[in-house]
Design a protein. Structure first.
Lengths: 174, 100
């Protein structure tokens, strides 16, 4: 129970820091911290496979990709005077921000309301967990064989799309 | 012991933080990061529900969500790089050619 609250607090705090940081590099690093906490929660849920790929694939690969792009672009922080000079429309007015924040608050109240309003006894995790990688792999290659193959096509499409989008247009080689 | 509701509430809070990030921030990279937060909030619910039902399906769906997230990050960052090359900015308010 203590571990749950610890990991939950780290996840929520790190996620909040992600969206309040002005510097995208700090945002990415806090998101990695948040993913570490989520990985701990997956261990508490007896899902070690998901916990491992959360660290290896999400924190290790996807976030490093983000970090690469942030450092490659060396982009100015948002809402700087530089932006204003170049004729960027002024940062979204206070009204838009209040609207966005209100929308988020309404969303969280609604989602928690759904959990509360279901009016049932809290469900404990009684059923034995399926946590072996062997069981997951067997299910992946039998019941979920078709989605699995579609996933490989999806990754191929994303690979080609990313190369086409990011290469220079002058067209000497790739 | 934490119950299912604990995980669902945590997932709801994380999802709301992600939406707030998409609405409040004016930086394309931070917006993509907020989308990742939302995807992870949903993953947490999937694993918790799978644990309650005692099946591996929740974890398998998380596997697929992660694949889609990786594809989305690759293509999204490709678009960000292309946009930055044209406008030298990451502010989404700069890109309004399709806006009337």
């Amino acid at each position: 129970m203590i571990l749950f609250y610890l990991f939950a607090a780290v996840a929520v705090l790190a996620s909040l820091l992600v969206i309040v940081q002005r510097n995208p590099i700090y945002s990415v690093l806090f998101l990695i911290a948040s993913f570490g906490a989520l990985s701990g929660l997956y261990v508490l849920l007896e899902a070690p496979f998901v916990a491992m790929i959360q660290i290896i694939v999400y924190a290790g690969a996807i976030m490093v990709l983000f970090l690469f792009v942030v450092m490659l672009l060396n982009a100015p922080h948002e809402d700087t005077e530089e932006d204003l000079e170049r004729g960027v429309p002024p940062p979204s007015s206070g009204r838009v921000k209040v609207f966005g924040a209100l929308l988020a608050i309404v969303l969280v109240v609604e989602l928690i309301g759904v959990v509360v309003a279901s009016r049932r006894a809290p469900i404990a995790f009684a059923a034995p967990a399926v946590s072996s990688v062997a069981a997951i792999g067997r299910s992946l290659f039998t019941d979920y064989a078709f989605p699995f193959e579609v996933t490989s096509v999806l990754i191929l499409v994303a690979l080609v799309g990313a190369i086409v989008l990011a290469r220079r247009e002058s067209g000497e080689g790739i | 012991m934490p119950t299912l509701d604990h995980y669902l509430v945590l997932s709801a809070v994380l999802f709301a933080i992600g939406t707030a990030g998409v609405f409040l921030r004016r930086n394309l990279i931070t917006i993509l990061l907020s989308i990742e937060i939302m995807l992870n909030a949903v993953n947490l619910s999937f694993v918790a529900f799978g644990r309650v039902l005692g099946s591996a399906d929740g974890q398998i769906i998380v596997f697929f969500v992660m694949t889609v997230a990786a594809a989305e990050a690759a293509v999204g960052l490709g678009i960000v790089i292309a946009l930055f090359r044209h406008r030298q900015s990451l502010n989404p308010d700069m890109f309004r050619l399709l806006k009337w």
